[in-house]
Write a protein that binds this ligand. Sequence first.
Ligand code: FES
Ligand code: FES
Length: 174
Amino acid sequence: MKPLCVTLSVNGQEYPLTLTRAATLLQILRNDLHLNGPRYGCGLGQCGACTVLIDDRAARSCVIPAVELDGRTITTLEGLAEHGRPHPVQEAFIEAQAAQCGYCLNGMIMTTVALLRSNPEPSEIEIRQALTGNLCRCGTHLEILDAVRRAVQGSLKRAAQAPPTTSAKGGAQT
Ligand code: FES
Ligand code: FES
């Protein structure tokens, strides 16, 4: 099969690549770009360990052909930190001591980031629904749910403390 030239945008950087149609996004991220945040779990789209954001939505990189992502925005766990600090969702997982072996945490964190970007104030049911397809073999689900609740509370607190956005005319936006 003829290789194809594509440019992947990953964590704010452009990567021109020559790929076969069979190469999954997870293979390219881990083997070619050396981004090991996304993990290989089932390889079947069923466990969530390989989750990344594609255009801000959680996606399972083990089943997505990389050639289909030309021009899309991909974010991995490595792309979450800002100014050398962990992302607030990562900090919430650390505070909650949510890891046992840690293998599932990439997927849990990326799914939580995607959830909060689309729904900054999720209910308990919405949190559980968002994470329902992410498996944790160690059974730390209670700590993980605690971490997500902490992330939601932290996000709401920061939104309440943020100064109002000013319009071009200098007035506060509603
Ligand atoms: S490794 Fe991708 S969903 Fe399990
Ligand atoms: S902490 Fe081990 S799989 Fe979740």
